[in-house]
Design a protein around this ligand. Structure first.
Ligand code: GN1
Ligand code: CA
Ligand code: CA
Length: 127
């Protein structure tokens, strides 16, 4: 457990760990895969809560999740193309603000919002 303190959380079989800095979605995705992980795909309240804790810890406002609606506007999928089994959108989201929000952030209250993929958000990886 020592390597999970203070910037990691384990939930069931998953470990989430934050890099402690912000990157664009593309850079964040690349960083996670280079380290043998991927961007987080929270599939339950417990997983979402663990991610929320890391966002709160880093005081960074929000972190990227793995999901996008690249292929069909308004239909968010995991990187493998599968539909979401869990979601926690903030009221009124996803709204594709200005027609260019295809990535997802989790904010410090645990809610999700779609944002531009070029925005810079906290990097958390899932292992
Ligand atoms: C933010 O800055 P504004 O209000 O145009 C947010 C949107 C949200 C919206 C909710 C880059 O847009 O994704 O839907 O608030 N944009 C960013 O009011 O975070
Ligand atoms: Ca979109
Ligand atoms: Ca939005």
């Amino acid at each position: 457990k020592v390597e999970l303190y203070p910037n990691g959380r384990d939930v069931g079989q998953k470990v989430f760990k934050t890099a402690g800095f912000v990157k664009s979605f593309y850079q964040a995705e690349q960083m996670c895969s280079q380290s043998g992980g991927q961007l987080p795909s929270p599939r339950s309240t417990a997983e979402n809560h663990a991610l929320q804790q890391l966002v709160e810890l880093e005081n960074s406002g929000a972190a990227f999740l793995s999901m996008t609606d690249f292929w069909t506007e308004g239909r968010f999928t995991y990187p493998d193309g599968a539909s979401l089994v869990y979601s926690n959108w903030a009221p009124g989201e996803p709204n594709d603000d200005s027609g260019r929000e295809d990535c997802v952030e989790i904010i410090s209250n645990g809610k999700w919002n779609d944002v531009p993929c070029g925005a810079k958000r906290l990097v958390i990886c899932e292992f």
